[in-house]
Design a protein around this ligand. Sequence first.
Ligand code: BGC
Length: 766
Amino acid sequence: MERNVKTIIAQMTVEEKASLCSGLNMWQTKAVERLGIPSIVVTDGPHGLRKQSNPGDMSSKTVPATCFPSGAGLASSWDRELIEAVGNALGEECQAEDVGVLLGPAVNIKRSPLCGRNFEYLSEDPYLSSEMGTHHVLGVQGQGVGTSVKHFAANNQETLRNSINTIVDERTLHEIYPSSFEGPVVKGDAWTVMCAYNQVNGEFCSENSELLTKVLKERWGHGGIVMTDWGAINARVKGLEAGLELEMPYVGPEHDAMIVGAVRSGELDEAVLDAAVERLLTVIFKAADGKKAGFAYDRDTHHALARRAAADSMVLLKNEDALLPLAAEQSVAVIGAFAKTPRYQGGGSSHISPTRMDAAFDFIAAAAAGGAGYAQGYPLKGDAVDEALIEEAVTLAAGKDVAVIFAGLPESFESEGFDREHLDMPASHNELIRRVAAVQPNTVVVLSNGAPVAMPWLGGAKAVLEGYLGGQATGSAAADVLYGQVNPSGKLTETFPVRLEQTPAYLNFPGGKSEVFYGEGLFVGYRYYEAKKEKPLFPFGHGLSYTTFAYESIAVDKAHMKDTETVTVTVTVRNTGERAGKEVVQLYVKPLDSTVVRPLKELKGFRKISLQPGESAQVTFALDKRSFAYFNTEIGDWFAETGAYELLSGPSSAETPLAAAVNVVSTGIPFRKVTRNTKFYELMAIPETAEFAEKAMNDSVEGLKQMGAMFAESMGDSGLVELFEAVVRMKKFDGLRSMSGLMGGGMTEEKLEATIAELNGKLGLG
Ligand code: BGC
């Protein structure tokens, strides 16, 4: 519907404007009826609808909704189309339930495997997380329903989540943490962003103008609104000024009154309030206009999608002797309480009421012509080993061809609201697997968990299928994969460590009582394991299939590129096995000549492809400046250094058999101004100043060499000449000021200043 938001704002009182800046109750925004401004419903999110039948009544029942796999699972599909299809289905359910904004996706980086909310988050890698988050957003919003990308930003733990001050250096902050939100906001055009509870470098996210205004609104051009996480408001007026539009939920009239008071006293410019209201109205009207009256969705179709999504997200971690897929004629011992009572979703705000539940046992029993028996194996609650249950399971397993054990983490082990303190599964699960594997060589373990676990029994289990929290169809999906109806194609979006002490954030997680220091910096996830040459249990990107793929060739369309151009990389992959299957082709960029500290390589492209036996496909990736860049804190922007980069492709981060190279030529300047401390190498990398810098450096080097020769002679030690030669190789890292004085070229200060001015002129830096 056509309407002029500015004209509406002009008719609003200050009170009415302020009223829109906080909710009506837990799940709704306020209406201003006299001006035709409706109220809209926002609700969790992210992988299913947690909507109360009457959003204004906290005691009303949660309506049934399809429970799709949680974020950790969905992302493991590495399938943009699949997560978009799930997003679309979520959008349909929102339409059917009259919901205007779905509170998700949750795209915080998995900094430590201990974070209680990792089941909801997508990856340890910002590029992957951003891409999958983008397609989640596109799917939901394609239905005319908004999303709220959360929790912005650097909210990577549950311990003290309401107050903790995240201390993170500027480069890491840009390269790892907000980066994960960039795609959903810029490419996905997410209508809303939810700011996190925590502080970042001393400022609460809800009033952090660097994050909410500079990054989100200015750099990324976000046109929607920022809402608080529930109760994340600190100082209301400061928040509004920093770029926070909506406070959720409603806590009473005081905060709106503070805004009115601040406008009246002149403390707050009314234009700031108007700008916020303009954004709020834009989103509110978009949601209202997007409503499809009387919309209904088909529960069976959504359940079938949940089953496909779960099966395509499961990660086959190990499959010795090709134990999987199972043959129908094998007799199976199905063991573990999760086989009948699935662990399928995480605890906390995303916990929903599913429309139905598939238990793995029922589907395995239907597929196993050779017969299936069941033993509970462990108590559903608690950690304690139950000898009788284990004995029963061992006896069952010994008499069958195969044992399939469903195990993992019970809900009490991981949830929103607290972090884990260790990586262990309950002792009852670990002991069960150990004992069953001791009598049954063909033991398969199917895991249900939101985050990595230690696997002390790994040597005894021939096959391990990581099912994550697979949603309401997790049981049928597991059977689909176990029996080969679906060839597994998920890959890990996070590194599985051998032990906790090996993890990147080990020394600084969850931090002290007031702050947490992100001491590992850029080295999150595989970036850390690779730099430290630490061998994890399973690497980032790992996941097996029932077929095999050969990485045949890689080609680039140019050997040199300016950072204003793109390079196209073509990777050829063939299915060399007997079954149709899907492969996630991964592309990593490895800088070879960087002058700044960088991870060894970083994921910059991936594509999931489907291949028939013998079939091959060419996958192309377009890489641009951003694929090669680091965040340069001096210019406050991304910068791709001139130099050589390797392009590596393969089936996981630990296996990249194909390599090509490209030389990037930067057209940018990595500093704001030439100063007396600008370094020779920086100027040598810029065409306009390269010649000058090379000569100036060589002149200085000559001076140094002569000095070296003099010392060598006076001390009668010819070895000094060599030493000086080694020293002058470092000369390029000296600042221009080294051209003055005895140790340099003997340039006067006056000449130095003039030279600097001339260089700035050449570079157009005033
Ligand atoms: C969670 C959010 C959620 C909100 C509303 C908060 O506790 O952190 O993710 O959307 O509650 O339920």
